[in-house]
Design a protein around this ligand. Structure first.
Ligand code: PRT
Ligand code: ZN
Length: 285
């Protein structure tokens, strides 16, 4: 089988989660010290550790076959690659912020301002779409201090919790792009490498689905089962097993992480007791 070469960020916010994903797919990387590449011992894959800014270009050129990278790096560079999956980690947004005291009503308030950013292309595209005429000042780092040192009236930078903006006396006013880590691939992979990528994707999907779901078991009086089954659609429908105590059953199913607490409240109201919740490692449908 052809070895798939995949790039991940060397050191930074996406590194650990990228490595965890590969490891949860059951793929063991044999990294020697600080080596920039690591073959997998049990899968036709080799990982390359790169700076995030280099990843989209290398993938487009075919230096690597696939990669994990932030959507905003990819969109800023406009590299010619195919986005295969959003991966659910590295979530952040590219946002415009103004000093707390500045008057701001709508995008029209940006007219005539100078906006400091490290993402000039994404910002310019946003301004063009909004019909705003502002000047873009490209700076490479510490964008959040720009207004206080006279380098701009506003900034366009990445935000996750918002505490950096707050600490610099800035207020978020517009979202330019919502970003997360994505899996990308080169557009001209050989048939063999495409097959290896499909095999990897099968595992990635099982891991991502598992991260979004929990396994749940509970006890309920038999008359409550119809109501509880409606609340627990599961993968097909819940398993129902009789308890030793007559008139009672145990139900087993999966619930989505997103509406988990809501469902728990409804299950209790429907008569469920002894609710146990377990993490799931893989979900294969
Ligand atoms: O060395 P290399 O070039 O590879 O790394 P880098 O320094 O360019 O990137 P890195 O490791 O900082 O970020 C990698 C990826 O993580 C980014 O491309 C994003 O997709 C994602 N990510 C998620 C973030 C953030 N959250 C984030 N909050 N990247 C940067 N930030 C910064 C932001 O620039 C700002 O300075 O964190 C600050 C804001 O954080 P809050 O929590 O205070 O809002
Ligand atoms: Zn970078």
């Amino acid at each position: 089988m052809s070895v798939l070469r995949i790039a991940i960020q060397k050191s930074g916010r996406l590194s650990e989660s990228s490595r965890s994903l590969i490891s949860e797919c059951g793929i063991e990387l044999e990294q020697m010290g600080a080596a920039l590449r690591a073959p997998a011992s049990n899968f036709a894959l080799e990982a390359l550790f790169l700076r995030d800014d280099d990843i989209p270009g290398y993938c487009a050129e075919g230096v690597v076959d696939a990669a994990i990278v932030g959507l905003k790096v990819l969109s800023e560079q406009g590299a010619d690659v195919e986005t295969v999956r959003p991966l659910g980690f590295g979530k952040c947004r590219l946002a415009i912020a103004v000093p707390k005291s500045a008057q701001y009503d709508s995008t029209a308030s940006l007219n005539g301002l100078t906006i400091a950013t490290s993402y000039p292309n994404l910002l310019q595209r946003f301004l063009d779409q909004a019909g705003v005429r502002a000047s873009v000042n490209t700076i490479s780092g510490s964008v959040e201090v720009a207004p206080s040192i006279g380098l701009g009236d506003a900034i366009c930078d990445l935000v996750s919790s918002g505490s950096t903006l707050l600490g610099n006396g800035l207020r978020e006013v517009e979202t330019v792009l919502v970003s997360e880590a994505v899996l990308i691939r080169n557009k001209n992979l050989s048939v063999e490498k495409t097959a290896t990528l499909q095999k990897l994707l099968f595992r990635v999907d099982a891991v991502l689905r598992a991260r979004k779901t929990k396994y749940i078991s509970l006890n309920a009086p038999d008359e409550a089962i119809p109501d509880i089954v409606k609340l627990l659609p599961g993968l097909k429908s819940p398993s129902v097993l009789p308890l030793a105590l007559s008139g009672w059953s145990s139900l087993h199913s999966v619930v989505a992480e997103d509406d988990f607490w809501e469902v728990i409240d409804q299950l209790r109201a429907a008569g469920a007791q002894g609710i146990l919740v377990f993490p799931i490692e893989k979900v294969i449908v």
